[in-house]
Every structure is written in C-alpha cells, then in structure tokens.
Design a binder for this molecule. Structure first.
Ligand code: PRP
Ligand code: URA
Length: 204
C-alpha cells in the first residue's frame, strides 16, 4: 500500500528540493509541483457518478465526482501541499491538525485540531515528511476518532521506518509518496532527505 511517484518531473523537482542552496521561494514552488502530482495520484480512484449533459451537437452522458474530498495538512509543513487541492477540487474542505516534534525525543505533541465532518468522505492527510511516523500515526488516529473511514496519507519524502510505523498502526492504509528514502539518522532526520521541510518552506 505504498504508492510512489515515478515521473521524471518528480525526480527533477525532488533533486532541487534536496539541494541545500535552493531558496525558500523556489522550494515552495517545487513543493507545490510535487504536491500537484501527488494530488492527482491520490485521487485517481475517487468515485464518480454518471451525469448527462448536452454538447452543442448532441446529448452526452459523462461522469462527475460523486464524493466530497477533505484534505488535512499537518501543521506547519503540510500547508505547503494544500494549494493543489484548492486548485483542482472546488468543493474541497480543509481541516487542520497541529503537531510538533520535540527536538530531543522526536515525539510529536498535538497543539491544534480543527476538522470538518469526515464521515463518508475521502480524507487525505498531507505532510511532506514521514520520518519516524509518530506525527502521521497521531494525525491518522485523530482523523479516525473524528469519523474518517476512507483515509489515505500523502507525503513527499518517506523513510522506511515511517512507512512501517504507519502500517503497523493502520494496516492497509494507502500511502502516496514522491520518494522512499534510505533511513533515519540518529536525530531522526531522513537520509538523504532534504532537511527540515518546515524551516525551508517558511525560511525560518
Ligand atoms: C516535521 C514534518 C512531520 C514530522 C515528521 O514536522 O513536517 O510532521 O516532522 O516526523 P516524524 O515522522 O518523525 O513524526 P515538525 O514536527 O518539524 O513541525 P513543523 O511542520 O512545524 O516544522
Ligand atoms: N521532519 C523534517 O522536516 N525532516 C526530516 O528529515 C524529518 C522530520
């Protein structure tokens, strides 16, 4: 249940995201590009219903989206992945889960949660970095507690440790990632990774 982006444009953008000389403005633009590719993949199997229209020439029965979509960024870095959903899905709702990893222990602490109704909707939890998986598991637990049943996780860089942690806590949950990196270092940062995504996105 790990789906990886396999596209030359994704590899191109990721290489520049990893480059420590990439400035925040370019970093944000690249994150949005990769986020757009991931959004298309993560919604590839959205249910549709048939819908009849008249073209200028004749009647036509096509399909339209059948189910509302909810995107939930994990603050703060997840904000960098939201815009593609706003651009693509006019009726999308956005919820927020605020989590912060402790610098010493790497354990997440929850500081904010604001969610729309989740039952009966496709819910995509977005966060660019899946490292130990502690933040993702805490966010996914919260989303399930608030009624989400059709749930997936969308990340840019995944570490094997994070994928294993998510699948241990939420067996079978789909994870969409741009890339699967090698491992974590002793400070629980992803290698080769791209550093602290939130700091690079917001120039802090
Ligand atoms: C980063 C990242 C994830 C988390 C991943 O956020 O955006 O939320 O770390 O690490 P984990 O898989 O080990 O939990 P951070 O806590 O640095 O907060 P920020 O988004 O405010 O920078
Ligand atoms: N959070 C980040 O922003 N980067 C990592 O490598 C790990 C967690």
């Amino acid at each position: 249940m790990l789906h990886l982006l396999r596209h030359p444009l994704a590899a191109h953008a990721l290489t520049h995201l990893r480059d420590h000389t990439t400035e925040p403005a370019t970093f944000r633009a690249l994150a949005r590009q990769v986020g757009l590719m991931l959004a298309l993949e993560a919604t590839r199997d959205l249910p549709v219903r048939s819908h009849a229209v008249n073209t200028p020439l004749e009647p036509f029965t096509g399909s339209v989206l059948a189910e509302p979509l909810v995107v939930v960024p994990i603050l703060r870095a997840g904000i960098g992945m939201v815009q593609p959903y706003l651009d693509l899905f006019p009726d999308v709702s956005v919820g927020y889960v605020g989590l912060e990893r402790d610098h010493q222990t790497a354990l997440p602490r929850s500081y904010y949660c604001k969610l729309p109704p989740l039952a009966g909707k496709r819910v995509l939890c977005v966060d660019p970095m899946l490292a130990t998986g502690g933040s993702a598991v805490m966010a996914l637990d919260l989303l399930r507690e608030h009624g989400a049943t059709d749930l997936a996780l969308v990340v840019i860089v995944a570490a094997p440790e994070g994928v294993a942690a998510v699948h241990a806590a939420h067996p079978g949950l789909p994870i969409h990632a741009a890339v699967l990196d090698r491992e974590l270092n002793d400070k629980k940062y992803i290698l080769p990774g791209l550093g602290d995504f939130g700091d690079r996105l917001f120039g802090t």
